[in-house]
Write a protein that binds this ligand. Sequence first.
Ligand SMILES: Cc1ncc(COP(=O)(O)O)c(C=O)c1O
Length: 257
Amino acid sequence: MIQPHSASSATAADNSEPGEIVPVLRPLLPLADRILPYLRRIDETRIYSNHGPLSSELERRLAEHLRLPQGALACASSGTAALIGAILAATGRATSERPLAIIPAFTFAATAAAVEQCGYQPYLADVAADSWMLDAERLLSHPERERVGIVVPVAPFGRPVPQEPWRRFRAMTGIPVVIDGAASFAGLADRPDRFLGEIPVAISFHATKVFATGEGGAVAPPAAVANAVCDALAPFGVEVNATPIRPEQLVRALKGR
Ligand SMILES: Cc1ncc(COP(=O)(O)O)c(C=O)c1O
């Protein structure tokens, strides 16, 4: 199990006086003593590369915590990187016919930066007054719908985005959806049946998040991503039938065709 670190492990004294600014959030990363055994394992194995044993173990334990099948979660170097990877795998870069990415007007700058990195023009849409999230039903009749290449709903204040309305939206419009669930780790873990599914969810492990590694992120579950990779490679005669999908495995499959 992944244990979010408890408040009792903090060493910094709470010095706030009455009337002083009360922080909305105070990052609480594991103390050095808890991290040290993992650093020792790195020293012993001298494996520092991507997809090393610690990263694989983290993916395995996260999948277990979120009640996903093994291999159904991929780690990334940040929440932004997870979002970019999920967008590229779910639909690819923007096209001249569909240059727009609908994102909520209420979000963090990284959502817009991620869609821009994939070539999309961010198109801000209002959030619903009661949920602070994009409303899938309302977007069905969006005047620019025919020019939209992707929709990226965001989990506001870490409240996770339900899968079902977006699964229906995608089925009705054919427009891919990737959820920016940067701060929603705790909510996802509470109800994975409601908040994880066919629509990929990008998560951040930045120091300001409930489960934090300092910098880091993940996409869960990448089954939809795997499907997109399979579809893209099918015309080349390459069949992918296992996850996680590794770049070196794809190169081998393409070379050996
Ligand atoms: C809504 C949202 N999206 C994306 C990100 C980016 O995550 P990261 O800082 O891990 O790249 C954040 C980070 O705070 C966020 O709040």
